[in-house]
Design a protein around this ligand. Sequence first.
Ligand SMILES: *[C@@H]1O[C@H](CO)[C@@H](O)[C@H](O)[C@H]1NC(C)=O
Ligand SMILES: *[C@@H]1O[C@H](CO)[C@@H](O)[C@H](O)[C@H]1NC(C)=O
Ligand SMILES: [Zn+2]
Length: 273
Amino acid sequence: MKVTFLISFILLASSLSVSATEEKEKLEFGYVGSIGPANWHLLSEESKVCLTGKNQSPIDITSQDLKTLAKPPPAEFKNAKDVESFNNGNTVEIFSGKEGVPLPATIQVDGETYDLQQFHFHTPSEHRVNGKHFDIEQHLVFTTKDEKVSVVAVFYDVGKEESKFMAPIVKDLPKEKDDKKKIEEIDLSGLLTDIKNITAAFTYSGSLTTPPCTEGVTWYVNKDAQVVSLDQFLGLREVTGFNSRFTQLRSNDTTKEKHVKKRSLYKFDRFLK
Ligand SMILES: *[C@@H]1O[C@H](CO)[C@@H](O)[C@H](O)[C@H]1NC(C)=O
Ligand SMILES: *[C@@H]1O[C@H](CO)[C@@H](O)[C@H](O)[C@H]1NC(C)=O
Ligand SMILES: [Zn+2]
């Protein structure tokens, strides 16, 4: 542990050109043991908010919440050509493949334009709906020029049909940490259609679900799950493993722990033969 921190520190200190965001991304974390979610607040000064924060994500979204859906953020998603998928050790991330170049998708939040920097996957989902986890949660991470963050979340559940959107991604996944793969085309405009132009999403102000758990993130969690085939899911899950942060308490939730403590009933082993 100490050695890892020392090495990360030397790496950070010696690469003067990296931006603050990139430094944040270099934090070594995982989903089990001493670098797992219960200890993320110990990883750095900045990540203390993982424990002390009052607006942490993910949360359990209730039927009550779903009575007030988001005002849809105006969105424009275009198909992305020649992109890259990257295995960062905790998830598979799809980005333009070129540093500082966003993917061709934007949303408008409070009149400001947010660009899609990357999207990635969590298995099982991080957010829950009425206590239930979904098999996959996709996070589309949008930022403004001054680094405000908004995340559009899309659930997927295993069903009979393949997801056309997922097909080119799961066809050739980067299997090992730091592996990269080229993807010819990603149908982002098809995804926007699948999620009905973000017209059925719950919005709230939360945080990044990975260290440093920075707050002030505007979430749009699409309530309806998309469908992936079992093979598509298992292919992705084999690479991402378990990478889902536990449900966070809300400071302004009057029912508090009741639905957080409710067992998730998520059973990955139902897929194992
Ligand atoms: C989504 O937006 C496009 C472009 O504005 C429109 O043509 C389409 O009908 C919308 N679809 C839905 C499901 O709202
Ligand atoms: C907490 O309350 C505020 C204001 O009432 C609301 O806007 C916000 O979405 C709530 N947060 C959550 C996580 O429900
Ligand atoms: Zn995420």
